[in-house]
Design a protein around this ligand. Structure first.
Ligand SMILES: [Fe+2]
Length: 314
């Protein structure tokens, strides 16, 4: 189980520049041989043992321009994004309400207004993103709670999942009664995500949400994509006027690289052709008027999205 979890993290977090090509064949083999246990390798997002906690306020406003924290808010800027999937990761779920709240840099909640509280929706491809500040610490009894973000996640027509997201290497995770749980219904393992600093100095974290709901088919997510193809990296990221996309095709097929904006609009389709198994590279030079912001670059094989990465245009 541990092995599968870490493999899934590896797949989804897409720090693939670290990936050695030599390691690749064994990964492909193990993914292929485990084809049938998709449920285990696509773990449902768990509840947090602390539930919603004492600081939830209903009816938070919609997050504007993906900015949960005002630009003047103190603290390290943090960008959280991901994709919402159904329980077997065969579908991405659009229009999922993601209600977020967290403490400020000093570990205090706004219990009178809606600062650092807001709702966003997953887009037509199931993606969501918001920018905020890294939450501060606050005492819970005699120990600090680790830095965390609260979530209420509601796919259209399905139940709400209430949970919390934590960050790797937080020294207060081992002593936290909720974040330290590593098995069972409150297992926090997949809710502790790495943060990496981008060249703008912002912290970036990727968290995919797996929840009961109905969506649009994306056959080939979970492990299966490693047997078809993947995007290794895109460079530079963030980029200004052009970005080089390195990707691999593992099975002969009709391949395209497509780019969607955060609203789910396709902004580019690159290189649609029948490709043999090989490593490929393509340079995307978007129109000069393309707005700054986050974009999702995905590899689509035979009309199925098999992998994506997130990039930032500056
Ligand atoms: Fe909290």
């Amino acid at each position: 189980m541990k092995y599968k979890n870490s493999r899934r993290k590896f797949l989804r977090n897409t720090s693939l520049s670290l990936l050695s090509i030599a390691a690749f064949p064994s990964v492909v083999n193990s993914a292929t041989s485990k084809k049938n246990d998709t449920k285990d390798s696509c773990d449902e997002t768990t509840l947090d043992a602390y539930g919603q906690g004492p600081f939830y306020t209903a009816n938070a406003p919609l997050i504007q321009n993906n900015q949960l924290a005002n630009i003047n808010e103190s603290g390290e800027r943090i960008i959280i994004s991901g994709q919402v999937y159904n329980l077997d990761c065969s579908e991405a779920i659009p229009n999922t309400e993601i209600d977020v709240w967290h403490a400020n840099n000093l570990g205090e909640y706004d219990n009178f207004g809606y600062n650092l509280r807001g709702k966003t929706m997953s887009n037509s491809q199931g993606y969501y993103i918001f920018e905020s500040i890294k939450p501060g610490l606050y005492l819970n009894g005699s120990t600090y709670r680790p830095s965390h973000i609260h979530f209420k996640i509601t796919p259209p027509g399905f139940n709400t999942l209430i949970t919390q997201l934590y960050f790797e290497n937080d020294p207060y995770i081992p002593t936290d009664a909720a974040a330290s749980i590593t098995s069972g219904q409150y297992d926090a393992t997949n809710r502790i995500i790495p943060l990496t600093q981008n060249t703008s100095g912002d912290l970036e974290g990727t968290w995919d949400i797996i929840i009961n709901g109905d969506g649009i088919p994306i056959v080939g997510m979970n492990n299966l994509h490693l047997s078809k193809g993947m995007i290794y990296n895109a460079y530079p990221n963030p980029f200004v006027d052009e970005i080089e996309i390195n990707y691999g095709v593992f099975q002969k097929g009709n391949v395209k690289i497509s780019v969607h904006d955060i609203n789910g609009q396709m902004v580019a389709t690159l290189n649609q052709k029948m490709l043999e198994p090989e490593k490929y590279q393509i340079v995307w030079r978007p129109h000069i008027d393309l707005p700054k912001g986050h974009y999702f670059i995905s590899i689509v094989m035979n009309d199925m999205q098999v992998h994506y990465i997130k990039v930032l245009k500056q």
